[in-house]
Ligand binder design. Sequence first.
Ligand SMILES: [Fe+2]
Length: 91
Amino acid sequence: MEECEEGAMCDAGIISAGQKVEHYEIASYGTLRQFAETLGYEDAADLLQLTLDEEKAADEKLTEVAVATINVEASEEELGKKTSSTSKSKK
Ligand SMILES: [Fe+2]
């Protein structure tokens, strides 16, 4: 990951990257759980389902943080930059 300026926009990018990882994990554990179920490995399928549920919960938590705070702060940060640059150019 490239460096970014510290602030809400950077945090939003980190959350986005984290959610990409969670989605990859959800796809992987979901597929493995289904394979285990198809092959009759019920104990493995149950464990994989638990892990899949944890990954989904992590994804939902990241969404909550992004929607409730970080995305709003990031957009305000960007609007502040635009307003600042607009007022500077008017001088
Ligand atoms: Fe994860």
